[in-house]
Design a protein around this ligand. Structure first.
Ligand SMILES: Nc1ncnc2c1ncn2[C@@H]1O[C@H](COP(=O)(O)OP(=O)(O)OP(=O)(O)O)[C@@H](O)[C@H]1O
Ligand SMILES: [Mg+2]
Length: 733
């Protein structure tokens, strides 16, 4: 029903136009096409439900034999050609035969796919029934839809919590019937193990073997795991195994089988964000480090804009002519560009980059005499990774810690090139449509947006853009204060540790009071200006003082200014507090209680935890504390008890954030203190969205499909709002 009362004109037009536009949306056509296939699967369900347990593996075996029979002719040709190739000694001829073998191999695989397409409805119906009987999850219709999309070698965009893990079982089963081995690629070891163990019962019930790879596994175990019908593995293990396979001396040490079909979970982060990072197997090379130290000493004496220039945007540095002369003079050489001085030039450029492009606590942190790279996307520490080409050593020299030997590349491949070697590649994620062109161009994979199982109840608000960084930080802190005052949990995501700590600092009483006073002074100045009691010049002068970075603001001057304008310089004065509360838009209905909390916040600061790469070890604990109502210290014990007891039953050390959300979702159904759990779930979801912020869309819908109606309603009322600007994102729930 259209509700005309509260609707504005644009809302009205868009509601009318939406169904019309939908008809023209190519994605809708895809979805309509897929619905037809789903009906075929649904029609087979009653029959499959009657099957006995042993009928399932038997049918799997039958499928396999049928597949062999279906492709027999093609395979015979392929094998004959392969024998011919192996027997051939003549290089030219071998080269030609090799191509023919590859062509025939492709033909066999295509034929296999043809057969798989024909049995898809029954195979999917079987997997659905196996899921229902073993892991007690019956694939929803939209999950079947996702399954078909994956089988077609495309990307299924399914919102977070829609059950992509379960979706993968459908095409995995179907394609594993070829016996070629299917890889499900996850972002970390934890997920590889979890998903393999979680979905394992389905595969085993159907008569397939399933394995997973962990970082610590040795060659024989890896080999065994890759020999399974289904292998869950991270992209980096897969990439490194491929490189190692190419370096081994004996065929027995090769662990991977063929690259047949891979389903990449979180495909955007693996195939786009990380794809150009090469995987490198390296060995140490002895190189003198004194040149690096000397370059470091010299670069410290160079002057920016005189001796060198920095292009922050393109992340490059360049020496000026004057700089070149200065380096030559300081180093004691006559020509920096002479071939014999190349190493010196290289070291100087690296030192310049280390000093002016790579920042401590942003790009790396220094811990235990080591420079550890911070992942740009996730903010996590990347232990053991080193920048190549002497850059890491230059940073070590800059930080004055021991310089390690450089690695020399022995084998390398980018993920992009690696994944393109698969016969069939598919992916799933919550956000891919925005990168569709890139996926098509690089991997030939279009994106199909799968509808959610239940209607979406989350609201996405537009970004807020501020003119200056200072304005942005102030806006964020004001919003935090507002939410804190009305008892809502808040998560603040930042792009760097530096900003993360700056915001944390700004939540201390000193800065909060300064901010309150600034806001009040500005408000009064504007009012007076509007009433013609202040001239434009006077207003501008006040604005100049007040808009100074809070860290540099002279509080004495601010107080004097306040007095001059007739404001009590104490921000905690009741009249000030009341006005400040109005200015930060605390809703009228919350005002009474909110004022007390606001006062508390200004006096003692906003209690919060800081989660960044530096506090990595405490991550689980920090998340466990996230979203607790109010101050931890004054927390009524029954609330904390309800939470901690759940955590003891379900500990989350090192658990990835998204799993935390899942666990929380699962706990919701049994939790009596529902509201607290919800607020924690919410914060967790926001944490989780942290890594997706650059994409401009939150991918969180809180696993809404999996929770009951009442919970959905509460979640719906906690609509999120993002304040996003460049490197900063604040999210409120
Ligand atoms: N068909 C189903 N029936 C019941 N529960 C389901 C079904 N499918 C998924 N779930 C539940 O939904 C939750 C989310 O599943 P899952 O982690 O696979 O989602 P996802 O789409 O992979 O999310 P993410 O984007 O975080 O990776 C799980 O708790 C799972 O048990
Ligand atoms: Mg998932």
């Amino acid at each position: 029903m259209l509700d005309f009362k509260d609707m504005d004109w644009w809302d009205f037009v868009s509601k009318i136009l939406r169904p019309v536009l939908k008809w023209f949306d190519p994605n809708e056509w895809q979805v309509r096409r897929l619905w037809k296939r789903i009906q075929a699967i649904n029609a087979l369900e009653p029959e499959v439900q009657k099957w006995r347990d042993e009928d399932f593996p038997r049918k799997t075996e039958e499928f396999r034999q049928q597949l062999q029979a279906y492709t027999a002719e093609f395979r015979a040709q392929y094998e004959a050609k392969l024998r011919e190739y192996r027997a051939c000694k003549e290089p030219e001829e071998r080269f030609r035969l090799e191509e023919e073998v590859a062509k025939l191999d492709l033909a066999v695989k295509r034929k296999e796919q043809e057969f798989l397409n024909s049995i898809l409805p029954l195979a999917f119906a079987m997997v659905r029934e196996a899921g229902r009987r073993t892991v007690k999850m019956r694939h929803f219709d939209v999950q079947l839809m996702g399954g078909i999309v994956l089988h077609e070698g495309k990307i299924a965009e399914m919102k977070t919590g829609e059950g992509k893990t379960l979706v993968a079982t459908l095409p995995v089963y179907l394609n594993a019937l070829t016996g070629r081995g299917v890889h499900v690629v996850t972002v970390n070891d934890y997920l590889a193990k979890r998903d393999a163990e979680w979905m394992g019962p389905i595969y085993e019930y159907l008569g397939l073997t399933v394995g997973y790879i962990q970082h610590f596994m040795e060659t024989p175990e890896r080999k065994r795991m890759y020999a399974c019908d289904v292998t869950y593995v991270t992209n980096s293990e897969l990439g490194f195994d491929y490189l190692r396979d190419n370096l081994v001396h004996s065929l027995d040490d090769v662990v991977l089988r063929e690259m047949f079909y891979a389903i990449v979970d979180e495909v955007d982060s693996i195939l786009i964000d990380e794809a150009r990072t090469p995987h490198i197997i390296g060995g140490m090379v002895e190189k003198p480090t004194d040149i690096i130290e000397k370059a470091d000493r010299i670069v410290r004496q160079l002057r920016k804009e005189v001796d060198f220039t920095v292009d922050e945007k393109h992340r490059t540095v360049a020496l000026t002519d004057e700089g070149v002369r200065r380096v030559e003079q300081l180093w004691g050489i006559s020509n920096l560009s002479a071939p014999e001085n190349f190493a010196i030039y290289h070291a100087v450029m690296n030192a310049l980059k280390a000093h002016h492009l790579f920042k401590n606590d942003v790009h790396y942190v220094v811990k235990d005499n080591e420079v550890i790279i911070v992942d740009e996307f996730t903010g996590r520490l990347q232990w053991g990774r080193r920048w190549s080409d002497g850059l890491h050593q230059a940073v070590e020299a800059k930080e004055g810690i021991p310089i390690k030997q450089e690695m020399q590349t022995i084998a390398t491949i980018t993920l992009q090139n690696f994944f393109r070697m698969y016969f069939k590649l598919a992916g799933m994620t919550g956000t891919a449509k925005t990168e569709e062109q890139e996926f098509i161009k690089i991997y030939g994979m279009p994106v199909v947006v799968i509808p959610t199982h239940k209607p979406m109840i989350r609201k996405d608000y537009p970004d807020v853009v501020y003119k200056t960084q200072e304005q942005k930080y102030r806006g964020v802190v004001r919003e935090i204060l507002q939410l804190y005052a009305i008892q809502r949990p808040v998560l603040v995501g930042t792009r760097s540790i530096e900003v993360n700590e700056l915001i944390s600092e700004r939540l201390s009483p000193h800065y909060l009071q300064a901010l309150a006073l600034c806001t009040l002074v500005l408000d009064r100045a504007w009012t007076m200006h509007n009433q013609k009691q202040l001239t434009r010049e006077e207003l501008d002068q006040i604005r100049q003082v007040v808009n100074e970075r809070l860290e540099e603001l002279e509080v004495g001057r601010l107080r004097t200014l306040a007095r001059k304008l007739g404001i009590d310089p104490d921000p905690l004065h009741p009249a000030n507090l009341k006005r400040f509360a109005e200015l930060i838009k605390i809703p009228e209905e919350h005002m009474d209680k909110a004022l007390a909390r606001l006062e508390e916040a200004l006096k003692d600061g906003v209690p919060h935890n800081v989660l960044n790469a530096k506090h990595h070890e405490r991550e689980a604990q920090i998340i466990a504390e996230a979203g607790r109502l109010g101050k931890l210290r004054s927390q009524p014990t029954w609330q904390v008890a309800a939470l901690t007891s759940s955590w003891e039953a379900n500990p989350i050390p090192k658990m990835p954030l998204r799993n935390f959300v899942m666990t929380t979702t699962a706990m919701l159904s049994s939790c009596t203190t529902r509201n607290i759990m919800l607020s924690r779930l919410w914060v967790a979801c926001m944490f989780w969205a942290r890594s997706d912020t650059k994409r401009g869309a939150l991918t969180t819908n809180c696993a809404v499909a999996a929770v009951d109606k009442e919970t959905q309603e509460v979640l719906g009322s906690m609509s999120p709002l993002r304040t996003n600007c460049g490197d900063f994102t604040a999210i409120k729930g």
